[in-house]
Design a protein around this ligand. Sequence first.
Ligand code: ZN
Ligand code: ZN
Ligand code: ZN
Length: 142
Amino acid sequence: MDRDRFEDILSALRADGKRVTVAKRAVARVLVEQSDHLSAEEVTKAAQRYAADLSPSTVYRILEEMERLDLVVHAHVGHAATVYHLAGAVHGHLVCTNCGVTIEIPSRHFDALSADLLKSYDFRLDRHHVAIAGLCARCRES
Ligand SMILES: [Zn+2]
Ligand SMILES: [Zn+2]
Ligand SMILES: [Zn+2]
């Protein structure tokens, strides 16, 4: 585990006057260990290894708290799925509407679209928040 990253999260919570509970340590640990896009349920399941009595609603509140502190971001990648990960470099997501696979793509793919939307509609694109839907190569072949 990236110990520095883990400690940074705990420090940020303390700096905001928040108590660092066993539950928060467990959630922070999971987010650092699994640098992936995880649903609140997946975070809960993984975090229960470190805090057995952790409930989904507690995890949800912790994720929201971390999000308010800009430690965590969320994105929507499927019909109902909301996924969370540590805040970091901005990126986009592609999601296959058939098999559900999510592909992380570099932010630069949105540069031209972003500039165009700003110019034409005075609209600022949020590159990360919602995934672009389509069909992956595997699903198109079959
Ligand atoms: Zn959202
Ligand atoms: Zn993401
Ligand atoms: Zn697919």
